[in-house]
Design a protein around this ligand. Structure first.
Ligand SMILES: Nc1ncnc2c1ncn2[C@@H]1O[C@H](COP(=O)(O)OP(=O)(O)OP(=O)(O)O)[C@@H](O)[C@H]1O
Ligand SMILES: [Mg+2]
Length: 351
């Protein structure tokens, strides 16, 4: 496997990997208009199922047998929501609850487009310090783009991203590099280096970013491996581990520099429900033990119910509603309700 550090700052559809993070990408042009736009393929989707008018030749027998057009299995026909037709932000009531700060991260009127594909469209978001926050939202809505702005892998076309009081887009590269050390990132699938055993994977950030000696590194790595229950697997290579073990190893590695902020991009993807529950428990425990600001991106509502203290729902490049998890789970907003209960019925269609 090629593990040369690479710069994938413009490759948001790939899961983030540690080498993305350890390399400072060149600043992008404000509007990378000539970049290829990558569209989400939603081709499962919504075909008009109304029968086209059948021209009937004069004198021909009625063709009852072909009157019903073939229907795609599972295709849902929905009337367009009149509120959304009138105003696509009809459900973005901008309601925020209990948002008094201090904030670890703030997005202020952030716009980000890839070519003509506008992803963040005036995003205002505040992530409270010291808590477990979740960013939820439909697929392709810009959640990963959002976290890439937090660590300076992407920069806004307009607006500002403030992390721990510093404006990320205006930081010189050296300061950005320092700021990144304050983040731990749990990459999708753990993103471990295949050529290193678990111990070396977890030790990697310490060897890369600190001048600690091997004895001190061993103490830290062992403590982190113990925390995630992986001491017995310390000599194993990633391909010898299950998906759940790789995630736990990724968590150990994300925490090894004692980060102030930990980002989890879909930590539960690819795990069965029991392992997802166990991982959520581990995230809670580790947060209780270490403190810090955790930001979890997930589709999994059960995970949100288990671990979120604060929730922000992102859609169409802006926050629909954000606040303490309990308030969001009791929200009267039809979009928030639909999304948090996972129901087909509601304003969210497959567009
Ligand atoms: N580097 C890029 N170049 C072009 N378009 C991009 C790039 N990165 C993201 N996009 C676009 O931004 C949209 C949002 O992407 P993003 O990965 O943030 O979605 P997401 O909310 O994380 O979705 P999912 O829940 O499926 O992970 C994508 O549909 C894609 O069209
Ligand atoms: Mg994503």
């Amino acid at each position: 496997m090629d593990e040369t550090p690479r710069n994938t700052g413009d490759d948001s559809l790939e899961p983030m990997r540690p080498e993305d993070f350890d390399t400072i990408p060149p600043r992008e042009p404000a509007n990378p208009g000539d970049r290829g736009m990558i569209e989400e393929a939603d081709d499962l989707f919504l075909e008009a199922t109304e029968a086209p008018a059948q021209p009937v030749a004069a004198g021909a027998a009625p063709v009852a047998a072909v009157a019903e057009p073939p229907r795609k299995k599972g295709v849902v026909i929905r009337e367009p929501d009149p509120l959304l037709e009138a105003n696509e932000y009809a459900y973005h009531n901008g309601e925020t609850h209990d948002l008094t700060g201090p904030f670890a991260i703030e997005f202020k009127n952030v716009h980000k487009a890839f070519g003509s594909n506008k992803i963040l469209r005036g995003l205002d978001l505040a992530i409270p310090e010291g808590r477990v926050s979740m960013i939820l939202g439909p697929s392709g809505t810009g959640k990963s783009v959002c976290i890439k702005h937090m660590v300076g892998l992407l920069f806004p076309d307009q607006g500002d991203v403030i992390v721990k009081g510093q404006s990320v887009p205006s930081l010189p590269d050296e300061d950005l590099f320092e700021l990144r050390k304050r983040f731990g990132v749990l990459f999708q699938d753990g993103a471990l280096f295949g050529s290193m055993n678990l111990y070396d994977n977890v030790a990697f950030p310490l060897r890369q970013h600190t001048d600690k000696g091997e004895r001190e590194i061993k103490d830290i790595v062992d403590r982190r491996l113990n925390e995630v229950g992986l001491i017995p697997a310390r000599d194993k290579y990633p391909n010898e581990l299950s998906g759940g073990m790789r995630k736990r190893a990724g968590l150990a590695r994300a925490l090894v520099l004692d980060p102030d902020i930990v980002l989890f991009d879909e930590p539960d993807s690819g795990l069965d429900p029991v392992r997802t529950a166990l991982l959520c428990e581990l995230i809670e425990e580790v947060h209780a033990e270490n403190g810090g600001t955790y930001i979890v991106i997930t589709h999994d509502i059960m995970s949100a119910r288990r671990v979120a203290e604060h929730i922000a729902v992102l859609w169409k490049g802006r926050i629909v509603e954000s606040g303490p998890a309990e308030d969001l789970f009791n929200s009267p907003n039809p979009f928030v309700r639909q999304f948090l209960t996972g129901e087909a019925d509601g304003p969210l269609g497959m567009e």
